[in-house]
Design a protein. Structure first.
Length: 285
């Protein structure tokens, strides 16, 4: 593994969706998530982390240190058991053994190093890890339209259904267009606790740029990463408040009287002259 991260970072990712459902809400029949008070669209942090995990799993398959802890169909307690077996640990409630197992989990699993994990369940406890990368909910730049369309199935499941010539009908939800903004944070102090390195961070930013291309489905429509801005601080604790940095980047509709239907309908502005001393603004996409 490379050198552990020594700088604080914040980042802003703009991504959009065209004729798709970027993040269905299971409490609302899988309709696109929205803020009910404003009508702005939402995408959960969990949804983005899933795509990052999938990209890392695809791009680093078989490489040591880049396994994924929270993977589809995984039994997490079994992975924690492997940490005990790999280190020949016999006691399950010993503090030192738990820390040894926790260090193993951080070394082996990228998502534990990056996002942290609660691993205090079952017989083989590895404690709780707070990861250096934290994500906010993404929010659309404008009110989105939750559109419901009817679909039909031409094939039949049974002979009886086929004889009746009935056609099964269903519902599909989509957003005609939405530009979303994701804000995130990277803590150097927590990176040092999990062993999160500059190589890991580069992989994370790479995944933000390419994750939608590995996550295609008819229901999600066309989702694309559009712009990625990264604020790099000179120090571990940072040189400016994150909120002040986020305010330097804005997206506005070129024609507010018309509903947006493409990324070109927005203008992104960056106040480069107001970037504080000790902070570097990097445009990665």
């Amino acid at each position: 593994m490379g050198e552990v991260l020594k700088n604080r970072y914040e980042f802003v990712l703009y991504f959009d969706v065209e004729n798709g459902n970027p993040n269905g809400d299971p409490d609302a029949g899988n309709m696109p998530r929205i803020d009910p008070q404003t009508g702005y669209g939402l995408v959960s942090d969990v949804s983005i982390k899933r795509k990052v995990r999938n990209y890392v799993q695809f791009s680093k398959e078989g490489q040591d240190g880049f396994d994924i802890y929270v993977s589809e169909g995984a039994v997490l307690n079994n992975k924690q058991k492997e940490a005990y077996e790999a280190n020949d640990l016999k006691t399950k409630d010993n503090k030192d053994d738990k820390l040894t197992a926790q260090a193993y989990m951080c070394r082996r699993f990228f998502d534990v190093r990056a996002f942290g994990a609660v691993m205090d369940t079952g017989d083989f406890k590895c404690g709780q890890v707070r990861g250096p990368i934290q994500l906010c909910f993404s929010r659309s730049e404008d009110v989105i339209l939750q559109q419901e369309v009817t679909i039909t199935r031409m094939a039949s499941t049974t002979e009886k259904e086929n004889a009746s010539e009935n056609r099964t009908m269903g519902r599909k939800y989509l957003v005609p267009y939405g530009l979303y903004r994701l804000e995130g944070f990277v803590s150097a102090k927590f990176a040092q606790k999990t062993g999160f390195t500059q190589e890991d961070l580069d992989l994370f930013f790479e995944s933000l740029k390419l994750m939608f291309d590995q996550d295609r489905s008819a229901s999600r429509g066309k989702m694309s990463a559009r712009k990625l801005y990264v604020f790099k601080h000179e120090s571990e604790l940072g040189n400016a408040p994150a909120a002040a940095l986020f305010e330097l980047i804005e997206a506005k509709l070129i024609n507010p009287s018309e509903p947006p239907r493409a990324f070109k309908h927005y203008e992104l502005t960056v106040d480069q002259n107001s970037v504080p001393e000790g902070v570097q603004l990097i445009e990665m996409l």
